[in-house]
Design a protein around this ligand. Structure first.
Ligand SMILES: [Zn+2]
Length: 326
């Protein structure tokens, strides 16, 4: 059965309206979004941990101080859903599958039990704005999370985030400090890379990515924010860190074979670095790893997002009685 038909079936079983256009769980088939007993319920298909296909579901409640208690209450009722994570307003469930989607009727089985458990520990959102508590008949998507947010709170949140974005843009940057931190992190990375290569006679791709992450963290901490200069410095320092790590590895090898001092060995290695590096298979490989690590970390180092995107639900793609909206 294709994903859309499966979701339609799930919609019929639960009475939750099906919206093909709202891809809030990642899959392009869309999601079910509705209200049950005053709680917001959404379900759909998406990625589970480790890239497996999964059925996802979320339950949303009024803000609580004690999300751990909600997890405790929901855990025994979760049925075949494996992961349960809770925060102040939302419980998330994932059920991974390998061969074909599970039977829709089986998937919905735990829902009544979960709602019953939720009633013992969490207050429903009901028909009220989650921020100010005023009556709000509509559910909207706030950055893909189904929420109750009244128009004036929407405006306020947007203004607040716009102000935060401007504040971030205007932050002072400290390039020298960033460079200092970055170089220190890169040097640490080199020592780790060279040491591991020497002791284990292996190099690891994720080692280069780890170094990149360390350099990025140090550099951004020093500079104070993510800029293009910072990203380029992260890339260059990561590649340099791995290259110098290789030099340390060669120097350690030369030192132990020829019984000379490390400093002396390093000098010899650095003088012939490029030749040694390109002559050995491991050297070429680590240049490749260093570049992959550098590019990956440059790409994944993002500015924090200050954005509140509100999307109205619109008309569902299932013709239903009003069972799903009450
Ligand atoms: Zn409000």
């Amino acid at each position: 059965m294709n994903n859309k038909d499966w979701l339609r079936q799930l919609s019929n079983l639960t009475g939750l309206p099906y919206y093909e256009e709202h891809k809030i769980f990642g899959d392009k088939s869309g999601a079910l979004i509705g209200i049950r007993d005053g709680y917001i319920v959404a379900a759909g298909l998406g990625k589970a941990e480790g890239g497996h296909a999964g059925v996802k579901m979320l339950l949303r409640y009024a803000k609580t101080q004690d999300p751990a208690r909600i997890k405790q209450s929901l855990d025994p009722a979760k049925g075949k859903f494996k992961q349960v994570t809770t925060d102040a307003t939302t419980a998330n469930f994932v059920r991974a599958y390998s061969f074909g989607k599970p039977d829709a009727a089986r998937v919905v089985e735990p829902l009544p039990g979960l709602l019953a458990a939720l009633k013992t520990c969490a207050v429903p959102i009901g028909g009220k704005c989650e921020e100010c508590g005023r009556d709000e008949p509509q559910v909207v998507l706030l950055n893909d999370v189904p929420s109750r947010y009244c128009p004036s709170c929407q405006v306020q949140l947007k203004q607040k985030l716009d102000a935060a974005a401007i504040e971030y843009e205007n932050l002072e940057t400290n390039l020298p400090l960033g460079l200092l931190y970055g170089v220190a992190a890169a040097l640490l990375g080199s020592i780790a890379w060279g040491g591991v290569a020497f002791l284990l006679h292996r190099i690891f791709l994720w080692g280069a990515i780890l170094i990149g992450l360390l350099v990025a963290k140090a550099l951004v901490t020093g500079i104070g924010k993510v800029t293009w200069t910072a990203r380029i410095m992260i890339g260059v320092l990561t590649a340099a860190s791995v290259a110098f790590g290789d030099a340390i590895y060669y120097a350690l090898s030369v030192m132990s074979q020829n019984h000379i001092a490390f400093k002396q060995a390093l000098r010899v290695v650095l003088a012939n670095f490029w030749k040694i590096e390109t002559d050995s298979d491991g050297g070429v490989l680590s240049i490749v790893f260093a570049l992959i690590g550098a590019v990956w970390v440059m790409y994944s180092t993002r500015k924090p997002a200050f954005q509140a995107r509100f999307v109205t639900l619109g008309t569902p793609d299932t013709a239903l009685s009003d069972a799903g909206t009450k």
